[in-house]
Ligand binder design. Sequence first.
Ligand SMILES: Cc1ncc(COP(=O)(O)O)c(C=O)c1O
Length: 420
Amino acid sequence: MADSADIFAKCRDWTAAREARAARTYPYYRPLTESGGGAEGVVDGRRVVIAASNDYLALASDPRVVEAGGAALRRFGTSCSGSRLLNGTLALHERLEGELAAFLRQPAALVTTTGFQANLALACLLGRGDLLLLDQHSHASLLDAARLGQARHLRFRHNDRADLARLLGASGTGTGSAAGTGAWVRGGRMAVTEGLFSMGGDLADLPGLAATLAEAAPARLVVDGAHDIGLLGEHGRGAAELLGAEGSVDLITGTFSKCFGSVGGFLAGPEEVIDYLRHRGRSVLFSAAAPPAAVGAALAALGIVRAEPERRRRVLALSACLHRLLRELGWDTGSSLMPVVPVHVGDDAACLRLWQGLFDAGVFANAILPPAVPPGRAMIRLSVTAAHTERHLAVIADAFATQARTAVPRARASLPALPR
Ligand SMILES: Cc1ncc(COP(=O)(O)O)c(C=O)c1O
């Protein structure tokens, strides 16, 4: 059999992971064997400061959240054993939806099993003849929704409202053709962005994007608040609250796996849209419901997010401090001061060596390589949580101080499209 005829041949030919393991610079699937409240732990036999978790508000180990998860587990068992549509809806799911909708000041909410699935559900809104416009740095789940939907999709340059306007202008509604496609856009238009970008740590220009969309009305704005709902804004309603753009966001997606110390996802918005997603979103219909423990934990976490704004303030102060420490050492941590702290490296191999150096120095970080970032834009991603102390930040900074800095390509404005 010719090798190209074997569908598994690509797996044999793909050597990157094997090479990194052989070079002892493989950063992935490292097991955590002991957890010390979120900020410290034992990873692969080494005691480390954990700077790789999205548990920004340190709720995954909060005794109230753990107890609520345990109570739901004891009461309803380990699994819902079916989809929300059929047998998998618990009163707990409905309670969480009600409380979440109230928290986000939205008419309705839908709880899904993961945030990835919440985003995939958007595909059911994307009919033939519609146009989806995605920020170039959008999460893989948003891009996968675009691929699953029937609409044409185009990516606008990262956070670039002028580029969004260009694509909208070229597409028209019933009168123009989608840029570069020649296809007529007969239906509706929707733009999607993240609120706080998961890799770059920068904020979406929600007011600018919203103003651009308003000029092309009716065009909808969907914001994935995975990293900012719970964290940003006076009340924790996310980037849209922080930027005064809540009135311009038509639909919200998010996750319980970051600021809510659990696992699960959600969509929130107009009643009829949520009801449609509930009955048409394939990732909702054809997958088992979020398990009781996860829903119970998320409910307790939501209560804490509302009641304890000081957690947000603490993590934001700590993250500004870490940015400052690293910048003083000469590292490029991007343009924001958010708890998502990108340390731009550039070269993949240099990034893996840096990751290993940090690990050996007692810091567990994330190594982010293409396709999660464009080629040549490898980076270490650190995240700060409310469980960190100034001592932890000093350990992280000391670890970086011992590592050789790598040249960073700075031509951010002309980044190629993300090949995800
Ligand atoms: C921006 C963004 N959206 C969605 C998701 C998916 O969330 P979940 O972990 O709940 O599947 C993630 C998680 O990586 C994310 O970063």
